[in-house]
Design a protein around this ligand. Structure first.
Ligand code: ADP
Length: 566
């Protein structure tokens, strides 16, 4: 039949041998002038109420690729392929019986062609019009495909954006991987597993999630029974070894049973866990395989496509980045811990001999002063210089000791009633020598009293740090110290006219080891202001700075006069 041999047949459209087509078609079919129908691009057949074709136009013949004579006299539905035959017959007979026109679309799948068929009744005949709309259908399909693709891309992008957020919200290795499986199930898979290689060559199953909780336990037990081998030819072992994705869109039970080549382990997985399709993607970062993400279907409701593979790979990339960040963070934390522990040991080790050295130098100085035969001036000057350097050294070691104490959470306050104004007045004379050596005049503007309930030694330390900095960074400029209080708080401010601090650097001032001034010209460990901040915070106070380059700096500490009720 013409449908099966199709358009490859020569387009012979003569309906009466030896007569031209136009002339032959231009015949009167039971009183009907068909000349117009001969010209129509649409296929037309005119049939009796029983379905016998009396006339078919050239367009119809072209579609069938047959001679009009073969079609004329045939029963309409029998000209069509089997798949349409029954439906066409039913519709035809309905139209013939009722006179109600019918219109329907027919997809001739074998040839990927689409037609719209229309049937009318008139003058005791049934007219059948068939027009092909394959081009529109194909265009529509392309557009639908593009639309679906765009929608899928949008959904994937939204999913990945959410995934990035979820994955970045933890830095802990196993937690990240657990979250990864929660993300994947159910949007991407019925079950999701993450396995990571261990240094001893074994594989650890870190996270597993499934829509059916009973399968989680079964998958764990399965893993214990069949541990993953890195030399496996397929599956997780291979992905971990090679860093390449493995994708099986559909794994059918019957195929698996009959296929002797199928690896035993995969066959078992299918049988025991009901896996029907899977994607295994590597978690890669900087060329290293950190793990494998397996997405499995067990409920049979979904097939995997290449778009799913791309999405799984994108998800795995994001997870690997999070793992990498987590690793870097852990390493950084370990490095900080190692540094803190070294500082603690070092500061204690330094402090012991330093204390005894300081005591000995003090004793030596006293002896020299008490001795009847005075030592030469150069010797006593040297002893004084040694003592000054020792005191500097001691204060550096004290800073280190304080840092390790505070980091270990051992900053304990010994609160007592005290007067900040009185304390400042009491402390200032101790700095007279240092101030004069630096060429700094000191002006004090203090209230009569500024009492509160604070740790006196710690407040002293705060004052000392601020004043030492003012002297160190404001040499040759006057220093103003102000102390005051109102009903709720007391304050202490130290203002120098020194080098000042750039606005953008100010937020960093109170961080550990932060040093802004040139290390060559100004000694220090970058710890003083950090310690001050910790002390002030512990007393529920606050510290702030006002400064501009070349215009000096003012550090102000405010302390609540009463500690908040806890
Ligand atoms: P350091 O031991 O370096 O003085 P600090 O923690 O006391 O450590 O201070 C941190 C940094 O803040 C200093 O290195 C310095 O650059 C800057 N700084 C502190 N006080 C002043 C000040 N009064 N004037 C200018 N810069 C200051």
């Amino acid at each position: 039949m013409g449908w099966d041999e199709g358009s490859t047949k020569p387009e012979l459209v003569t309906s009466t041998p030896g007569v031209s087509n136009v002339a032959a078609s231009n015949v009167d079919v039971e009183g009907l002038d068909t000349v117009l129908w001969d010209q129509l691009p649409e296929s037309v057949a005119i049939c009796t109420a029983q379905g016998v074709c009396h006339y078919v136009n050239p367009a119809m013949e072209r579609v069938f690729g047959s001679l009009g004579t073969e079609l004329v006299g045939g029963v309409l539905w029998e000209l069509y392929p089997d798949v349409l035959r029954q439906e066409l017959q039913e519709r035809f007979q309905r139209v013939a019986a009722t006179g109600e026109p019918e219109e329907f679309e027919w997809h001739f799948m074998a040839r990927e062609r689409w037609f719209v068929l229309r049937l009318f009744r008139g003058h005791g005949r049934v007219y059948v019009f068939a027009s092909e709309n394959t081009a529109e259908k194909k265009q529509e399909a392309i557009l639908r495909g593009l639309y679906d693709e765009t929608r899928r891309a949008q959904r994937h992008a939204a999913f990945l954006a959410q995934a990035s957020e979820v994955l970045a919200s933890s830095l802990e290795h196993d937690e990240i991987l657990q979250r990864l499986t929660f993300l994947a199930v159910p949007p991407l898979a019925d079950g999701c597993i993450v396995d990571v290689p261990m240094p001893d060559g074994r594989v650890r199953r870190v996270a597993i999630t499934h829509v059916r909780t009973e399968l989680v336990e079964r998958a764990r037990a399965y893993h214990e029974r069949y541990p993953i081998r890195l030399d496996a030819l397929h599956g997780v072992g291979k992905v971990l070894r090679t860093g390449t994705t493995e994708f099986v869109p559909e794994l059918r039970q019957d195929v698996a049973g009959g296929q002797a080549r199928m690896e035993e382990v995969r066959r078992q997985a299918m049988m025991e866990l009901g896996v029907t399709a899977y994607i295994i993607v590597p978690l890669m970062s900087r060329g290293r395989v950190l793990g494998a993400l397996s997405l499995v279907n067990t409920e049979g409701g979904r097939r995997y496509t290449h778009a799913d593979v791309r999405l799984a790979e994108d998800l795995a990339r994001r997870a690997a980045t999070s793992l990498d960040n987590g690793r870097l963070y852990t390493e950084a934390q370990e490095a900080v811990r190692a540094r803190d522990s070294f500082l603690s040991v070092a500061s204690h080790e330094l402090n012991t001999p330093l204390t005894s050295l300081t005591l000995n130098v003090q004793a030596l100085r006293r002896q020299l002063e008490a001795s009847a035969d005075k030592a030469p001036e150069s010797v006593s000057n040297k002893v004084v210089a040694v003592q000054r350097q020792l005191s500097r050294l001691s204060s550096l070691v004290r800073e280190l000791l304080d840092v390790s104490r505070i980091t270990a959470g051992k900053l304990r306050l010994e609160r007592e009633d005290m007067d900040l104004a009185a304390l400042t007045r009491e402390l200032l004379p101790r700095y007279a020598e240092e101030l004069s050596r630096a060429g700094c005049a000191l002006r004090l503007e203090a209230a009569e009293t500024a009492t509160g309930h604070w740790d006196k030694l710690r407040v002293e330390q705060v004052f000392q740090n601020l004043l030492s900095n003012a002297i160190k960074y404001g040499r040759g400029h006057p220093i103003d110290v102000r102390v005051g209080a109102d009903s709720e708080r007391a304050w202490l401010s130290v203002a120098d006219g020194g080098m000042g601090i750039a606005q953008e650097a100010q937020p960093r001032l109170f961080q550990r080891f932060e040093r802004l001034a040139s290390e060559r010209h100004y000694g220090g460990l970058g710890l003083g202001l950090w310690i001050v901040r910790q002390i002030v915070d512990a007393m529920d106070g606050r510290i702030h700075v006002r400064s501009a380059p070349g215009q000096g700096s003012t550090f102000t500490v405010e302390l609540p006069r009463l500690p908040p009720a806890r």
